[in-house]
Design a protein around this ligand. Structure first.
Ligand SMILES: CC(C)(COP(=O)(O)OP(=O)(O)OC[C@H]1O[C@@H](n2cnc3c(N)ncnc32)[C@H](O)[C@@H]1OP(=O)(O)O)[C@@H](O)C(=O)NCCC(=O)NCCS
Length: 192
């Protein structure tokens, strides 16, 4: 982790969610998404659903900070503290001033604006950090819940990246979205 970036996971509160480091008690959440049709294919969530594999996933999330890969947060309900999903800020292209983000919410907690709030929280925090001028997001065109969340936050769709990524057995197209500081100033939907 470059010295100018935080060396610890902060708690970021943006109701209805709060983002925090993963804890051992979140193991049940990780187990519960093992059978999701998408989450294990775009993350390292284990498909086995067993507790030791889920604990290893949580350990890997702690390693992301130690290795400089980025910040992997548990998304929690701001009132109950219960973990409902994950949101990451990834730093592979930090040398070029770019971060990327990705997230998931367990199916039983969807459509409560948790993803929108988590994405807003992690993106604004990311843009506030030294050396990050742009946050990128890749979304499959069919994934309306995800691109709706992005557009609510102020992300701008830049185009379609054809055959961009292997997801499971197939190559998939992705919309390229980005958020710049001026998009935040424009407010949600400022570009629509
Ligand atoms: C995509 C995902 C994160 C959305 O999480 P969520 O917490 O349900 O999203 P939100 O409640 O913030 O919804 C955002 C908007 O999309 C809408 N929406 C949510 N799911 C939707 C769906 N399946 N179809 C159409 N619209 C949907 C919501 O109504 C909301 O619209 P509004 O702001 O106009 O009310 C969740 O479905 C998920 O984890 N999917 C699997 C992993 C994944 O796709 N990750 C993102 C990869 S880019």
């Amino acid at each position: 982790m470059p010295q100018t970036l935080p060396g610890e996971m902060p708690v970021i509160t943006r109701p209805p969610v709060a983002l925090r480091a993963f804890r051992d008690e979140d193991v049940g959440l990780v187990q519960s998404v093992a059978g999701d049709p998408l989450i294990p294919f775009i993350t390292t969530v284990p498909t086995s659903g067993n507790a030791s594999d889920a604990r290893a996933y949580i350990e890997r999330q702690h390693d992301r900070l130690a290795s400089g890969a980025g910040y992997s947060f548990a998304v929690t309900d701001a009132v109950t503290g219960e973990a409902v999903g994950q949101a990451g800020l990834w730093l592979r292209n930090l040398d070029d001033g770019r971060a990327s983000t990705g997230y998931w919410i367990a199916a039983r907690f969807r459509k409560r604006h948790y993803a929108t709030a988590a994405l807003e929280a992690i993106s604004l925090w990311g843009l506030s950090l030294d050396g990050i001028s742009r946050v990128e997001l890749y979304v499959e065109p069919w994934n309306e819940g995800s691109w709706r969340a992005a557009e609510r936050v102020g992300y701008v769709r830049e185009g379609l990246l054809r055959s961009w990524q292997q997801v499971g057995a197939e190559r998939r197209d992705m919309y390229m979205y980005s958020l710049l500081p001026e998009d935040v100033a424009a407010g949600p939907g400022g570009h629509r």
